[in-house]
Design a protein around this ligand. Structure first.
Ligand SMILES: Cc1cc2nc3c(=O)[nH]c(=O)nc-3n(C[C@H](O)[C@H](O)[C@H](O)COP(=O)(O)O)c2cc1C
Length: 219
């Protein structure tokens, strides 16, 4: 089985999207012998050679797996632009499509619109849709290994492995796996408490505490 992992985060270094996507592709490679090609939407958009390499890999792939963050309830622009480019010059071979969306809010529901867009992309491309996983509390991962989150990360990793096993069987991701992935990694109160600590630290580090409550557009 040949798999293309298309990472949609515009972050140049480690992103949560990359961490979550590679958990699935590592499992596909180690347990199912899959060959994996990893591409970044922001690179494909920046240089023709990266876009051509992506097209060539999709042409021979059995599965196109997209992993991306939710930006303003949708896909990041770099991923939208790459999907539009693929649509304007579709591959002759139709790989299956699946997606993993992660968002900053605790509720995974915030990924639904973006996953719907991915399903619509697959439909428009006449590629079989093998399902979308939505994950909340993505900021807790913050581009670091899931092991850093202890038991909270272990459960999610197990769920992503189950998704990989289904995709390896060339089947859609089972609904119970999608439901399991949507459950918050850690209690919402803990996540928002830690988030507040993180924002306050960022404000301190950037000498911005005094303007945290600024309302410049109030008349
Ligand atoms: C410009 C921007 C817009 C965002 N919009 C949303 C949003 O609408 N809903 C949400 O839950 N999280 C939103 N987030 C949070 C990201 O989805 C979240 O931090 C994610 O884990 C980042 O993943 P990455 O490391 O793969 O880029 C936004 C982040 C940025 C930078």
């Amino acid at each position: 089985m040949r798999v293309v992992l298309l990472i949609g985060s515009p972050k140049p270094k480690s992103s949560t999207s990359q961490i979550l996507g590679t958990i699935i592709t590592d499992r596909l490679a180690s347990n199912h012998g899959a060959e994996i090609a990893i591409h970044h939407a922001h690179r494909a958009l920046r240089a023709t050679r990266f876009m051509e390499a992506l097209r060539a890999d999709i042409e021979t792939a059995d599965l196109l797996l997209m992993s991306f963050p939710v930006y303003v309830d949708s896909l990041p622009y770099v991923l939208t632009a790459v999907l539009e480019a693929l649509y304007s010059q579709p591959p002759t071979h139709r790989a299956a499509v699946a997606a993993v969306a992660n968002c900053g809010f605790p509720e995974a529901d915030h990924t639904h619109v973006s996953l719907g867009i991915c399903a619509q992309f697959a439909y428009a491309m006449d590629m079989p849709w093998h399902g979308g996983i939505g994950i909340g509390e993505g900021t807790a991962v913050n581009g670091a290994p899931l092991e850093n989150l202890g038991p909270f990360g272990a459960r999610l990793k197990q769920t992503l492995h189950e998704a990989a096993d289904a995709l390896a069987a060339r089947a859609p991701i089972p609904p119970e796996v999608i439901d399991q992935a949507a459950r918050p990694m850690m209690p919402k109160r803990m996540y928002t408490f830690l988030g507040t600590l993180g924002w306050n630290k960022m404000a301190r580090d950037n000498d911005a505490r005094s303007v945290m409550w600024a309302r410049p557009y109030d008349s």
